[in-house]
Design a protein around this ligand. Structure first.
Ligand code: COA
Length: 158
């Protein structure tokens, strides 16, 4: 199938549209400062997908230092996917897959060795996407979300 979307890095003028997509697609919403802080610190991993000149999806990440998610290897840099969403009418066209792939390329530039994220245990579309990208469930975090739902921690080597 012909790819109809384009990926590019987030810029400040995209903030309003990205926060809109975040509110439409996810219960976890953030103040503008939170988005801008991630953009300023990690611009290579804040990516938007555009179709016909309109942003239809985004991914934003943070680089952290911590223990390996696979129980060996000591302290390393890890790329943390903080938020990803694609507008409902643009799903199942490969945009989510492309956004994660592009963000992982950016994580390499920050010298991250692993990539990880939290996902609701009932979020089958997202879990399927991450499995397809080679992520494994490395832990269950009980009561992670504010409504009490558990999260899977999913991780992969970069
Ligand atoms: C998760 C999300 C980002 C996926 O975006 P997307 O652009 O639809 O994903 P893609 O088209 O790249 O899908 C890639 C693969 O993921 C899997 N997948 C995606 N959506 C799926 C679904 N609804 N059911 C089953 N598998 C699914 C499939 O394996 C798919 O490949 P295929 O279409 O060839 O079968 C999107 O559903 C979304 O924005 N959800 C709401 C926000 C959210 O839950 N974010 C994640 C929080 S952790």
């Amino acid at each position: 199938m012909q790819q109809t979307f384009k990926l590019r890095k987030f810029t400040p003028k995209d903030l309003e549209r990205v926060t809109y997509i975040n509110r439409v697609c996810l219960p976890e919403n953030y103040v503008d400062y939170f988005f801008m802080d991630l953009y300023e610190r990690f611009p290579e991993t804040f990516i938007v997908a555009e179709e016909n000149g309109e942003i239809v999806g985004y991914i934003m990440c943070r680089i952290e230092t911590g223990l390996s998610n696979f129980g060996f290897g000591g302290f390393i840099k890890k790329g943390h996917i903080v938020s990803i969403a694609v507008m409902p009418e643009h799903r199942r066209k490969g945009i989510g897959h492309a956004l994660v792939t592009k963000a992982m390329e950016g994580m390499h530039l920050y010298n991250a060795k692993q990539c990880f994220l939290e996902v609701r245990v009932t979020n089958t579309p997202a879990i399927s996407l991450y499995k397809k990208l080679g992520f494994k469930i490395t832990r269950t975090i009980h009561g992670y979300y504010s409504d009490g739902e558990d999260a899977y921690l999913m991780s992969r080597e970069l």
